[in-house]
Design a protein around this ligand. Sequence first.
Ligand code: A2P
Length: 272
Amino acid sequence: MANDQVFTFHNGVAVPNIGFGTWQIPNEEAYGAVTIALKTGYTHIDTALAYKNEENVGKAIKDFDISRENVFITSKLPAQTKGYEATLAAFEETVSNLDVDFLDLYLIHAPWPWDDIGKDCTEGNIESWKAMEKLYKEGKIRAIGVSNFAESDIQALMDACEIVPMANQIPFYVGRVQKSLLAFCAKHNMVVEAYSPLATGQILDSPKLKKMATKYDVTPAQLCIRYCLEKNTLPLPKSTNEERILENSQLDFTISPEDVQILDAFEDIRAK
Ligand code: A2P
């Protein structure tokens, strides 16, 4: 698979360039799905306390014939958990659920609680970030970052804290180009991770996408995931189906710059 290639965070830590996403995979199904992903060759698994599947994600990794050092594990501080002590406590819960000694990447899941999107939580985010900096300096996390953060949210952390986030995980897919956020992250050497690279599956029926996929002799899903790499973002496709998990990792082709431009110009499915 193509994920023997890596992105490198600004602290030098390498992350495999495709991750297996586990959002919306229930705990009961997570063990099987992660086991298939590991068998397929994924070595980068993305979870979150809020997904309520960390226990079986961790168990699948433990039971698989792979050493902890050879799997890159990301988890996230719940969006509603803000503040220094609350962050330290949530981190302990995550490492205990996963049954690991350290995390490879820990992200603030969102700048605001999901039931209060847009709320100004700047102070809370700064306190959480300071706790994450402490955990990072203690060697309990190899890289720290954010998720769903806009430029202003990131700037607020950079103004008040020591460490520039190493990653920003955002929804990114064909038609949702996020040009200025991508440029901002690039300027600050932040890796952009693309969650929902298939627009949660909604984009796959597009006739235009299907036609282009045929030209490259790939599936629409492979075209979408490869597109993320062409845009220098790290895709986190998810599936619970063995064939599709494999399919999503077979990306050994490139999209021409002209076709990337056509994909950039796709209608954002949120507009429908
Ligand atoms: P399934 O788990 O049955 O494969 P996203 O990664 O953008 O959130 O999209 C995930 C959705 O896309 C899931 O519903 C998943 O369903 C579906 N999916 C994942 N991979 C493929 C694929 N290769 N072809 C078609 N649908 C896919």
